[in-house]
Structure formats: structure tokens, C-alpha cells
Write a protein that binds this ligand. Sequence first.
Ligand code: SF4
Length: 371
Amino acid sequence: MNAYLHIPFCTSICNYCDFTSFAGQEGKIAQYIDALCAEIADSDLAGPLRTVYFGGGTPSLLPPAQLETLLKSLKDKAAFDSTIEISMEANPETVDLERLSAYRKLGMNRLSFGAQASQTEILKRLGRGHDWARVEKAYQDARQAGFTNINIDLMFGLAGQSFAHFKESLEKVLALSPEHLSLYALQVEEGTPLARQVEEGLLLPSDEQMADEYTFAQMFLTERGYEQYEVSNFSKRGFACHHNWNIWRGEDYWGFGVSAVGTVKGVRHGHGDDLMEYIRQAPQGRRGLLVKEALSGSVQAWERIMLRFRTKDGVSQEELEAYVRSQGGSSYKERFNRFVKEGFLSLHDGHYRATAKGYFVLNGILETLMV
Ligand code: SF4
């Protein structure tokens, strides 16, 4: 079993952010922790827990004592597997050696730093609260605190980011030698300040530049011993993120906290994104908090295909055939074999897998399954 806990607090809101996060609400953190504990206590969570993931928002805004409280409430419900992975997202400007050492002592064993880029101008434009020196300091502190499994997030397709900027960011990250790197293309989400800026004429890098950057990163990282195990994720051997990997492979996971989702025994549960409503409701029991949906067999089959295709595992011909037949679709094989010829997919051991070039156009490939 896996658990995700959403910590929806940030010191300020980045201009592209579409996550459920609130700035200037630090005064509500203590109430939120109580509400989360109440939700966990009232849940059917059962062990052994293989992964716990603190995502956000900015989980590293929480002092160690509050994280300890949350971990205790999980432990009161479910045994922790002896090899449990406990990950947390951290913003570089929120941590120092003392705080990171305390996190490590609590049993946190994987950190994920949101770096995004190394150029101060680009970071400022995003609304991030750090510069590259802060990333390096946080990273060194994490090493000193005993973290041996660290991810760094980078973005491409950012306003004002040239290919040379992106390459420089990638080189700086690799000079640190993290075990894991996540690479995300900027998405312009409706309703964000960035979407307004784009409407008003802000120029973003072209699709061609983004494709070049992604391709370059794949090559650069592979040459340096990182394996691409998912569309956006690269790791040194043995350091894939267990939490995400388990979910992509279809394991159950619980979501706790405002806006968190999870899937257990074929039932998807989700929360609303109103912070105060969550704080009010959670102590009265989990039932009132959740929106539940039993997933049909065909939705589950489609999700399994979509998720597996994002990973290096790929999908077997039998599974694809069964899915397409169940949907009354025509044979996908001709189309998929053309993708193989064009170098977007590979076919080995009866499994189709996206190639490095195929990952960039994966959504388009998957859409053809619906024809
Ligand atoms: S730090 Fe992350 S969650 Fe917080 S505002 Fe920025 S993008 Fe959103």
C-alpha cells in the first residue's frame, strides 16, 4: 500500500502553478495537521505501507515536529514496511542543515528539490523564491544530513529560456550528481497568471525548441548513466521513485488532505480543494470529505495502458488487443507497426514501448487506440 499526503502551503504562488496551494495561510497549518490526522485515523488505511509521499504545495514549510505527528498517525493505522520509502518535496529556500537533519532522523529517506532552472532571471519570472546558490546549498545540506536519495526537478519551455539556458541548467544539476532527475515541460494552465501573460503576448519557446531540449536531455542523461524510466523521470540504477513507480504499475494508494486523490480496490477517491472546508469537515469523519467513484473495468484497463506506456515497461500486445476489441475499435496493429517503422515505438518480447523520440508524442500515439 502507498500513501500520498498533500501539504497545500507555499510562501508565494508561482505564476504557472495549478496545484492546490495557498500562500499567506501559515496560520492554518496547525489546524490542517490536526485535520489530516483526523482523516487518517478515520480511514481504512491498512499496512504494510511501502511508500509515503509528502507532496504539495511545499511540505518543507512544516517543522519536523508536525511531520512527526503525521508519520505517527500513519503508523498508528498501518505498519511500515521495513524498506519503506518516505519522500518529501522541498523548496530549497525553506530548508537548512538543522531542519534537514531532523527530517532525516524522522525516517524521511528521499528528498525532491524543486529547482526548475539555474538562471535567476528565469526563476524570478516564474515566481520562485530561490536562486541557484540556494539550490546548491540545500543540496549540500541534504547530503550532510544523510540523504542518499535526492531528486531535482527541472523545467523546459520557460519564458526567456533559450536552449543554452536549458543546457546550462542541466549541466549544473548533473554537476551535483543527484540520484534522480524529473524533467517537466511548462504547461500553461487556464486561470493562472501565466495564462494571462501569454494572452497578453508573452512569448514562450517554440515546440521545435522544446523537442530539441527534451531530446538533448535524454541523450545527455543517458550518456551519464541515468535511465529514462518514465516520460519525465530519469534515475541512476536502483533509484526510481518507488511511490510513483508503484502507482504507475497499478498498485493501490490512499490520498489524504485537501485535493488529494487515491485509488483503492478499484474505487477512486478525491477531495475538494477548499482548505477551510477540509479543516472543518475532517474531524467529523472521512466519509463527508470524499467524492468516490467506482472505476469500470474499461476505465481501469485504459488507465493501466496509459500509465504503463509512460514507463519503460510498455504494454503487451495481448493487453492492447483485448482493450481495443472490448471497445469495438479496429485493429491497432497496422498503426502501431507504422509507429515502430517511424521510430516512435519499439516492439520486443511482445511488448510495445515508447522510444526516446516516442515519449515526446506519446499522447498522440495513444489517441490512435481510440480510433
Ligand atoms: S512551489 Fe510548487 S506548489 Fe508552490 S506555488 Fe510554486 S509551483 Fe505551486
